[in-house]
Design a protein around this ligand. Structure first.
Ligand code: NAI
Length: 695
């Protein structure tokens, strides 16, 4: 049974019981409807209370039933809500902790609602590119009014029950800490004899100027939604609660809901939702693998990355010590951290006392003895194998047994780094992205010897510090940077052939990327890539790049930090302005290569950049560097500004169709530096078999 039934004197209590959040899956719906039928038939029962066991009233649809026929099997959520609403005996929803999505829609079907303070009330469907499809858009405005309901439905943001006190959503808000079920039963007894039964559907949506408000909302949401259709559809369905009779509004809501389920944008959002959950699962590391306790942390290197990494621990309440070689570098790093917190306080995003507590959790040292007892240490020193060797030898000597030794390296061989220690099982890569205190992505690099418990601990730590952890195998660049390299190579070749940085950036930004490759280079520092290319020139002398990036760096045009890069910048302003010098340098370089520059379409730019990611992603999958296509997508969505509504590069390739992608790859393989386009065998195979990356 996934809903319990009991009768307490003359009140039937139906308790949804489907951990973790009482998702309204088929078994729960069936048990709830059975409970309602029993209560209807039992002459001793005068009223019915519906509540949820454990940590929620109900979190809504059972995500395990997404994309499964079970969601449409009777009794559907609609049937359950109708059964509640048509009950001849009064139904009281007893709400606590979490009441979201279908859970809130169910509660809105009840005659009365009694709640505890602190319950999260939300209709979050828009976050999956959908709208509340079980009456939420019609019933919520009838109890909260047009404005509040529209805001909640369009944003999906939870509101605490206390904030909604005094609205028609709640008939009674019990004092904090009181016994909810006892309170709901007492309430039910008080109203047991009241007829006719009040129903949300019978109310009118009140608003002095609904038409004016809706016109403004339509215009505002259309702009804010950008490429996403769901927020706009949310407004239209909420508008129907005013503009149409209830049953027609419900029908309209159903129709628009089904329409949204078919959109690529919603499919992409749902893909990302599942991808994030899938990423934390590693097939050979069972969920019950013991994890090591992380109560304290250390970071080696107080530079760009080290400071941000330390902030993650402090933000999670974990004390962290930063080790540097020189007092000056340490002071500078700690000052930057303090400044970051001050800025957050100034922007009103963090209370000053909280910021102070976090700063207090961060200490500095020049002595390995001071970090020896940390449960985890993350190295973030220069990207140079000799420096890493020296640090890891010292960590091996200093750190207590069982401490996790992590490296933030972005390109170096983790297995070699592990071999500098006598405890390679404790060594793992934790690859943060800049700014490390902001970016969601954490690539967790599993070395050949990394212990399963160390991996499980890293995955748990990622959650604790609110990162999206994605496991990667060891290779140059792991998942994200290995792919981005192919993308940047194509961007460079496009310059040689006829494009300019501003055209390339504009085309890929119109596709939906947060930032094009050249703006990104200017932000991150063009010298970073220059340094890596110089190393690669020794390791793989045959690998071809456009020389334009080197010509740029030879002029000291490292990007925003030097006031000039692919673009020009004015002092104190991050706005990129196309640079005549750069344009001229690019054109001259084409001449030197004997290339007749041609007009390149935006379509070609997008295809070459995105399919370069896809082709390399396919290799990464085939080599087992990524565990699943959705992990590759997650890396790109959470770390590289890939447009969310396109679901990540592999998902996007699936929506385009792999034969189409392969045909384009083969076409470009006949073009300039076509050798960069050798099709990945996995792409060829899946395209031939009519399959997709994401199954
Ligand atoms: P950075 O140059 O800003 O900072 C490095 C810091 O390490 C400096 O403060 C330096 O004084 C300190 N340091 C050098 N040798 C040391 C030693 N032996 N002991 C203690 N401290 C030492 O470099 P950044 O950008 O923070 O990079 C650090 C690491 O993070 C590199 O491995 C890099 O590849 C990686 N990384 C960098 C990203 C970025 O966007 N900057 C992104 C992801 C990873």
């Amino acid at each position: 049974m996934s809903a319990d039934y009991q009768v307490i004197d003359d009140v039937a209590v139906i308790t949804l019981n489907n951990p973790p959040v009482n998702g309204l899956g088929l078994a729960t719906r069936t048990a709830a409807v059975e409970g309602l039928d029993r209560a209807a038939q039992d002459p001793a029962v005068k009223a019915i209370v519906i509540t949820g066991a454990g940590k929620a009233f109900s979190g809504g649809a059972d995500i395990r039933e997404f994309n499964s026929p079970k969601a449409l099997t009777e009794p559907t959520l609609h049937t359950l809500i109708r059964t509640v609403e048509n009950s001849a005996k009064p139904v009281v929803a007893a709400i606590h902790t979490v009441c979201m999505g279908g859970g809130l829609e169910l509660a809105l079907g009840a005659n009365y609602r009694v709640a505890l303070p602190g319950a999260q009330i939300a209709l979050p469907e828009v976050k999956l590119g959908l709208l509340p499809g079980a009456g939420g858009t019609q019933r919520l405005p009838r109890v909260l009014g047009l404005e509040t309901a529209l805001d909640m439905i369009v944003t999906g943001t939870p509101v605490l029950s206390d904030k909604l006190a005094g609205t028609l959503l709640f008939d009674e808000l019990l004092p904090a800490g009181s016994d909810l079920v006892a309170g709901a039963i007492a309430f039910a007894r008080r109203v047991a004899g009241v007829r006719p039964l009040p129903k949300v559907r019978d109310r009118q949506v009140g608003h002095p100027d609904a038409a004016g408000f809706l016109a403004a909302a339509r215009a505002r949401v259309k702009v804010a939604a950008g490429p996403f259709p769901a927020p706009v559809e949310c407004v239209e369905t909420v508008a129907a609660s005013v503009e149409k009779p209830f049953e027609e509004g419900l029908k309209f809501e159903r129709e628009r809901f089904i329409h949204l389920t078919q959109t690529t944008e919603s499919k992409a959002l749902r893909h990302a939702f599942f991808a994030e959950r899938a990423a934390s699962k590693v097939p050979d590391v069972p969920a019950d693998t013991p994890v090591r306790a992380i109560r304290s942390a250390a970071v080696v290197g107080a530079g760009t990355m080290g400071g941000g990494i330390a902030m993650n621990f402090a933000n999670a309440g974990i004390p962290v010590t930063i080790l540097e070689t020189k007092q000056e570098a340490l002071d500078k790093g700690l000052a930057t951290i303090r400044m970051n917190y001050e800025n957050t306080v100034r922007k009103g995003k963090l209370a000053a006392d909280k910021a102070g507590q976090r700063v207090d959790l961060i200490r500095g040292t020049l002595d390995y003895a001071d970090i020896a007892q940390a449960d985890i240490v993350i190295e973030a020193v220069f990207e140079d194998m000799d420096v890493k060797a020296s640090v890891f030898r010292q960590l091996d000597a200093a750190m207590k047994p069982g401490a996790i030794l992590a490296s933030n390296t972005s390109t170096l061989d983790l297995n070699r780094i592990a071999a500098f220690t006598a405890r390679p099982q404790d060594v793992i890569g934790l690859h943060f992205f800049s700014p490390a205190n902001v970016m969601k992505l954490l690539e967790i690099v599993r070395g050949a010897a990394t212990g399963k418990d160390v991996l499980a601990t890293a995955l748990a730590l990622a959650k604790k510090i609110r990162k999206t952890g994605v496991v990667a195998g060891v290779c140059d660049g792991f998942i994200g940077n290995r792919m981005v390299e192919q993308y940047i190579r194509q961007a460079g070749f496009l310059l040689d052939e006829g494009a300019l940085p501003q055209q390339v950036d504009a085309a890929i930004e119109a596709f939906g990327f947060a930032m094009g490759p050249f703006r990104m280079g200017d932000l991150a520092g063009n010298d970073v890539g220059w340094y890596i290319r110089k190393r690669r020139a020794v390791e793989s002398p045959d690998l071809k790049y456009s020389k334009t990036a080197d010509l740029l760096c030879e002029q000291g045009r490292f990007g925003q930090k030097t006031g000039a890069g692919w673009y020009d910048y004015q002092a104190g302003d991050r706005t990129p302005r196309p640079s005549p010098w750069v344009d001229d340098m690019i054109v001259r370089h084409s001449q030197d290569l004997g290339i007749e520059r041609r007009a390149i379409s935006d379509e070609e730019i997008v295809e070459r950049l995105v399919y370069a990611l896809v082709n390399e992603g396919a290799r990464i999958l085939e080599e087992g560097i990524a565990l699943r296509a959705s992990d590759v997508d997650m890396v790109y969505l959470s770390g590289y500004g890939f447009p969310l509504f396109r679901g990540g590069p592999m998902f996007y390739a699936d929506t385009v169709g792999l034969p189409t992608v392969l045909a384009a790859v083969e076409k470009y393989a006949r073009g300039y530096h076509g050798e960069a386009w050798t099709p990945a065998p996995l792409l060829v195979r899946l395209a031939g078999e009519g399959k997709s990356f994401n199954g």
